[in-house]
Design a protein around this ligand. Structure first.
Ligand code: GRF
Length: 215
């Protein structure tokens, strides 16, 4: 772990547009999160998230999964890059690949993910992007939302840190719903990272407990 005197060092893994990455960068720059993003890694060359990182002078790496034998070796390469940068916290922000169990063990309780639904509902393999919001609307639930959780070896699983509810309206489309959920994602992801950076999160019996008093 790095010297956290200047705040924590954050590594962000992305596959797409990177609006959550942007929210994290902005929250670091404004001082809301005591920390900074030290590296952004994408599995896709054309991910706009890489451009966002470059605009803030953050090292932005495209690591091509095709250059590795399997996801274990790919995860190993990513972990090497994160360790090189002495990352304290790994944030998955729209990262679509599943990392190896070894990777999860190495960064135990130091990997977060954001999911655009209220887990444990509407999560798991295949539940990403518009698929989530389509499934939500099809099911007829009246409330959805977003979840920030620590990552364990299962897909969209692990101790939940924060959730925010969003109403599903009768005339919602997956696009309209996604937009309202995303707005909340941009608030709770930085909030969860801030809590982590301030050492206010504790995992007890597989559940996240927020520390309130002084220690
Ligand atoms: C978000 O909806 C996030 O919850 C999910 O992927 C999407 C990424 O969006 N994991 P962006 O790339 O941060 O804009």
């Amino acid at each position: 772990m790095s010297d956290t005197g200047k705040g924590i060092k954050i590594g962000v893994l992305v596959s797409g547009g990177g609006t959550n990455l942007q929210a994290i960068i902005d929250s670091c720059e404004s001082g809301y999160i005591p920390g900074r993003v030290v590296v952004v890694i994408s599995n896709r060359k054309d991910a706009y998230a890489l451009e966002r990182a470059k605009k803030h002078n953050i090292p932005a790496l495209f690591i091509n999964p095709k250059d590795y034998k399997n996801l274990d070796e790919y995860s190993e390469k990513i972990s090497e890059e994160l360790i090189k940068k002495e990352v304290d916290l790994v944030c998955l922000a729209g990262f679509l690949l599943k990392l190896s169990p070894e990777f999860v063990r190495k960064f135990k309780n130091r990997i977060m993910n954001i999911h655009p639904a209220l887990l444990p509902s509407f999560g798991g393999p295949g539940m990403y992007g518009h698929h989530v919001h389509e499934a939500v609307i099809k099911s007829g639930v009246k409330i959805t939302g977003c979840t920030v959780h620590f990552v364990d070896e299962e897909y969209d699983h692990g101790p939940i840190i924060l959730q925010k509810a969003v109403e599903v309206k009768d005339d919602d489309t997956p696009e309209k719903l996604a937009e309202r959920v995303l707005k909340e994602e941009h608030k709770i992801y930085p909030e969860a990272i801030k809590l982590f950076a301030e050492k206010k999160l504790e995992i007890i019996d597989g559940k996240v407990v927020k520390k309130t008093g002084r220690t």
